[in-house]
Design a binder for this molecule. Structure first.
Ligand code: GLA
Length: 710
């Protein structure tokens, strides 16, 4: 890893293990992007800004251009509005106190501390300071970027757009954008589309990360595959309103902008105030989408997930939500716990319904005290019972929400987002608590602290089951009103950070009606994620594939639930359901009271197997061998870091015309290492990767697990 500053060229070279990210100060004293790709042998290989501007198309010459077109090919490191004739997306758009909306940030200096570079810009006349931060994550080939804006003047400044970064791809190629889209029970569906002139925007304006889109994307030059081809990608550390805009200009200039969404956004900076953007992790690889994922996964394990549990194995959990919904009580939960423990489950989670007057989704949220009709003796007898069985205990909460039918709401109707003279729109019969308010955050923090102190709780599932509407905070000065979107996330992160600091032992699962809040921001504060309320093991293949593009298998919670599945009535074998769920961190969500002795024995067998391979799944390198999007046979492989072990899940959709199934070619093995596969034999890694493995699968929805040991 190195960050080098070439003083005579006013150029920075940020190198990771394989890549270089280069920018320099141009003749106008602006920062200009120069290069982002594999690192080059000599510093002199990196062009000066003037030359870099016309690089692309292969001719490093100054073409004859209309002067107004010049800025159309200018790759500014942090473009502002207007700063001359800049009609591309700006990273920064603001309004000074006198109505001037033209921001001109000169380079003024830089500092460097180890892997962290800060470049200082200033619009001196108006006392605006911009700090561009870069942190190099060498082993993952990533650079984290974020920006701090400070008002050093005597007047206020209104920020209207503040992106975390602009990222530039080489000019003159055709590009695609890969991203995920979806909805409730259908998250993380992969899309890969050609970018044409204009903009492609992916976003959330719902106040949370969203099911509809997820804050990462990849850009490739229309030729990348899973294992080859150049891919540039970015993932935001943010759980609120966000935007990523890919812009192809008319001179083939390709750029990506990522940050907090500027829709309905305003940040009012009084003198001395500052605003810091969330970070965006930016990466490049020449080894396709697979390496992109592996770099991001490694980054989460090594740098993002809360340290306490980052490298521990996720326990196999049981959750009774699908089995019993709100109809829970002490004795029934104990019975389920006995059944769960008997098959090897390691953590028992009581989901929704244990608190307040919670018999359905229409009451109780906000009243986080134990429902004495369901648990006459409180939660302790159940918790002790569960601990006595050798399992950990977990509890569901939804701290940012309140039902109008709750004591909390009756006491504090002004604690929710609302506009005066407008109806408060309910969704799932609930309203969103205003986490911009200190008193609300304090209350929620002390309530959760109390819960974690009073009871011996090992795990909480933190849910968020509706989007924010009527984003009003009437008591707040009008010039700060549009800050609620951002301040909600600040409040949420602060409460989570305080809890994690006070109870580092407690694992937290992020959930938002399934996979609605999964991003690098929340994963800094939570240990795992609920992937989707859709637990159909076949639908899950595509959901999990999309999830795996950016997020690691350790955080991807997957449950084995009943068949036919509640939502879509598909019938699947227990083996298939287990294999699908074993591709992430395994959980059980079926009604164990209805499982036959045979089912229980089979479940125990799979759980035992999972315990012997989970170190490969949860910490290994992931290879998407055959995609369920374009193959009848889907296959996912995991390889340990030392390459001594690997596991492959092969999932057949349906055998048609007694066709030959595709041969599965493992990847990432060591050529000369000998691997043994039960019932098949011992082969070198090279042989397996070259010749592949044939699987015998018949019928519909059948599956197998192949364990390679050396
Ligand atoms: C959400 C979650 C579910 C469950 C319910 C409880 O939908 O995604 O897993 O916890 O809430 O109400």
């Amino acid at each position: 890893m190195s960050i080098r500053y070439l003083e005579n060229r006013r150029m920075w070279i940020l190198e990771t293990r394989r890549t270089a990210y280069v920018f320099a100060v141009n003749d106008n004293n602006r920062l200009q992007h120069v290069y982002w790709n594999n690192s080059l042998p000599y510093d002199s290989d990196y062009a000066d800004p003037q030359t870099a501007m016309f690089w692309g198309g292969g001719v490093p010459e100054h073409p004859v251009m209309h002067p107004s077109s010049l800025q159309s090919v200018l790759n500014l490191e942090y473009p502002t509005h207007m700063d001359g004739l800049n009609y591309h997306e700006p990273c920064l758009k603001l309004c000074y106190h006198d109505g001037v909306r033209d921001c001109r940030p000169d380079y003024v200096g830089h500092t460097q501390q180890d892997d962290h570079l800060t470049v200082e810009l200033s619009d001196e006349h108006y006392g605006l300071a911009i700090s561009l931060h870069y942190r190099v994550i060498d082993d993952c080939d990533l650079i984290d970027r974020w920006v701090e804006i400070r008002n050093l003047s005597k007047h206020s400044i209104d920020l209207e757009t503040v992106m975390s970064a602009a990222l530039h791809m080489p000019r003159g190629r055709r590009y695609r954008m890969s991203h995920v889209t979806g909805r409730w029970v259908g998250e993380f569906q992969i899309r890969r589309d050609l970018l044409t002139e204009g903009k492609k925007v992916i976003e959330s304006r719902r106040g949370f990360t969203s099911h509809e889109s997820n804050p990462w994307c990849a850009i490739d030059a229309c030729e990348a595959t899973e294992e080859s081809g150049e891919v540039w990608f970015a993932a935001l550390h943010y759980s609120g309103n966000w935007r990523m805009t890919a812009e192809l200009g008319n001179y083939n200039r390709m750029a990506l902008y990522a940050g907090v969404h500027d829709f309905d956004f305003r940040r009012h900076l009084e003198p001395g105030d500052a605003f810091t953007t969330p970070a965006v992790s930016c990466g490049f690889t020449q080894y396709g989408f697979g390496q992109m994922s592996r770099n991001l996964h490694q980054y989460q394990l090594d740098h993002i997930l809360p340290r306490e549990h980052a490298r521990t194995m996720r326990k196999i959990l049981y959750n009774s939500w699908e089995a019993t919904a709100f109809a829970i009580n002490e004795s029934d939960q104990m019975k389920l716990a006995d059944r769960a423990a008997s098959i090897g489950v390691e953590m028992f989670v009581v989901d929704d319904g244990w608190f307040g007057k919670r018999n359905g989704d229409n009451a109780g949220l906000g009243d986080w005290y134990v429902n004495r009709e369901k648990f006459p003796n409180g939660l302790s007898p159940l918790i002790d019972h569960i601990h006595g069985l050798g399992m950990d205990f977990g509890l569901w909460v939804e701290p940012e929400m309140v039902n109008p039918d709750s004591d909390l709401y009756r006491m504090h109707p002004d604690w929710v987002y609302h506009f005066p003279n407008r109806q408060r729109t309910e969704a799932r019969n609930q309203l969103v608590l205003n986490f911009c308010r200190n008193d609300v955050c304090e209350y929620i923090h002390s309530m959760l602290s109390q819960l974690l102190t009073d009871f011996n709780i090992d795990f909480i599932k933190w849910d968020f089951n509706r989007a924010i509407s009527e984003p009003g905070y009437p008591a707040c000065p009008i010039e700060h009103q549009r800050e609620v979107w951002v301040r909600h996330v600040d409040g949420l992160y602060a409460v989570l950070d305080r809890l994690k600091a006070k109870f580092p032992r407690v694992l937290i699962e992020t959930c938002a009606s399934g996979g609605g809040r999964v991003d690098l921001g929340i994963l800094k504060r939570t240990d795992q994620a609920w992937t989707s309320d859709n637990t159909d093991a076949f639908d899950r293949l595509k959901i999990q594939e999309g999830f795996s593009l950016a997020y690691c298998p350790k955080v991807m919670m997957a449950w084995v639930t009943d068949s036919p599945t509640g939502l879509n009535k598909r019938t699947l074998s227990l083996d298939y359901r287990f294999h699908s769920a074993m591709m992430g961190s395994l959980g059980i969500g079926g009604n164990l009271n209805h499982w036959s002795d045979l089912d229980m024995a089979r479940a125990k067998h799979h759980i035992t197997t999972y315990k012997s391979i989970r170190h490969i799944v949860q910490e290994g390198r992931l290879y998407r061998l055959l995609s369920p999007r374009d193959s009848n046979l889907a296959a996912v492989q995991y390889v340990t870091a030392d390459k001594r072990e690997s596991v492959i899940f092969a999932m057949l959709h349906s055998l048609e015309n007694i066709d030959m199934l595709p041969v599965i070619h493992p990847r990432g093995l060591q050529d000369d290492q000998r691997y043994t596969i039960d019932h098949l034999g011992t082969f070198s890694g090279k042989s397996l990767m070259k010749q592949g493995i044939g699987v015998k699968l018949f019928g519909d929805f059948s599956s197998t697990l192949i364990h390679l040991k050396s």
